[in-house]
Design a protein around this ligand. Structure first.
Ligand SMILES: Nc1nc2c(ncn2[C@@H]2O[C@H](COP(=O)(O)OP(=O)(O)OP(=O)(O)O)[C@@H](O)[C@H]2O)c(=O)[nH]1
Ligand SMILES: [Mg+2]
Length: 241
């Protein structure tokens, strides 16, 4: 006997706003993975009832957790609240992803497993090519341009610094890093990554295929884009760690 390796406890964290059409299928896909992941949904009181639905499902599923917040404050604050909640659940690894099937739930085990050798794992659309399906050319150009812009302003060598499909080891957050993050939209992802790299955290990438959302609507807004334009410069000149 003995020698049996026990997988570290892990949680999949998803921020949701109006994802009612995706959430049942997403939760069921995650809970049926062989890894016994905990699943945590952070919902900002979605008017379409996403939070209520998750609450209902959670009554019969001990691995499903709901963090319900009163106001829509953006992706960044929702993620920060979710990451803190996940730490309280006592998990060693956290995988973040979107609810809309742009990130394939079947890729979660591979992102999580790569945390064996890195503190942060980026599910990468752009390493060694472009793996994005069904995006209009304009949307793809915006994403690739934003990624290149961030990389050059901040001097980053990772290929996909705006991917929301990520794995983190618990140790990454056992510091003041979440308290320091200020940006609310997708710039939050850049900020967290940049602060981690400044602190010498080991970041790896695994290839994923990204697909246009299945149902529902994007939350990309002018405010989010505006913030994303200025964030790299603010981070470059006003961020020490
Ligand atoms: N709780 C919460 N979740 C959010 C908020 N904004 C976005 N989300 C969620 O964050 C994830 C990513 O948002 P999306 O709208 O899919 O953004 P995107 O993937 O950049 O854009 P699309 O490719 O067009 O879908 C989704 O699961 C959203 O429901 C927010 O303000 N609060
Ligand atoms: Mg999406």
């Amino acid at each position: 006997m003995g020698g049996e390796s026990v997988e570290p406890k892990a949680c999949v964290l998803i921020a949701t706003y109006n994802e009612r059409q995706n959430i049942d299928q997403m939760i069921s896909a995650l809970l049926s993975l062989p890894n016994n992941f905990e699943v945590l949904i952070v919902d900002d009181s979605s008017p379409d009832g996403t939070g209520e639905r998750v609450g209902e499902l959670a009554k019969c599923e001990p691995r499903l957790h709901l963090l319900s917040r009163k106001n829509k404050e953006g992706y960044g604050p929702a993620m920060i609240a979710g990451l803190r909640y996940a730490l309280q659940l006592g998990v060693e690894r956290i995988v973040t992803m979107d609810a809309d099937f742009s990130h394939d739930p079947k890729d979660v085990p591979k992102v999580c497993a790569a945390l064996e050798k890195a503190d942060i794992v980026l599910g990468s659309r752009y390493r060694g090519g472009v793996r994005v399906l069904n995006w209009a050319p304009r949307r793809l150009l915006l994403s690739m341009g934003a990624n290149r812009y961030v990389r050059s302003v901040l001097g980053l060598s990772v290929a996909d610094c705006t991917s929301g499909f990520r794995g983190y080891r618990r140790g990454v957050f056992e510091s003041d890093i979440l308290e320091r993050c200020r940006f609310r939209g997708y710039a939050f992802l850049v900020e967290l990554l940049y602060r981690c790299l400044k602190r010498g955290v080991h970041v790896a990438e695994v290839d994923i295929i990204y697909t246009e959302r299945r149902e529902g609507h994007s939350k990309m807004s002018k405010r989010v884009i505006f913030e994303a334009v200025f964030a790299p410069w603010i981070l470059r000149f006003f961020t020490r760690r």
